[in-house]
Ligand binder design. Sequence first.
Ligand code: SAM
Length: 160
Amino acid sequence: MTEDLRENEVAVAAGAPIDAALRFIGVIRTPFTSRDLCPRQGRLDGPECRLVLNAPWSAGLAGLDRYAFADVLYWLHESRRDLVLQSPRSDGVVRGVFSLRSPVRPNPIGLSKVAIVGIEGAEVIVRGLDCLDGTPLIDLKPDSCAYTVAAPDKPADRAP
Ligand code: SAM
């Protein structure tokens, strides 16, 4: 996969990705049918998207309606995973993968903060995503800002 590298980009021999196994909990439905049509980052006033949970995980949505925002983790399944130095199309400056929010990374996990519009059975309607239609869903958590980060000398507020 060297043919689609930009100038000064570096791919590594990363080996087989076998360190851990994930269980996808569902699929994300968005209006974005190609990577070029996806926004670089989602916007809270972006289009409605749906997190469609597989059985039996829909029971895990109980209580989510108490929150206005959530963090969504997803698997950027069309990404290559071997670029350690990358040259973003936006400016062409070569940078290390861990200084970028590029979808191309050793473990192509996407993270977006979304606004929860509603919950219909096994589906959560949200705004704020930037991923392709059909992107696998890894996890969904209430917005971390709903919890107070404690000072070092105080106990942390705990999620229920
Ligand atoms: N918001 C996430 C983050 O910060 O972790 C992802 C940001 S990444 C820059 C978003 C881009 O990834 C989109 O603009 C699109 O080009 C690409 N993308 C979206 N869905 C993808 C998928 N399923 N596989 C590979 N690339 C994807």
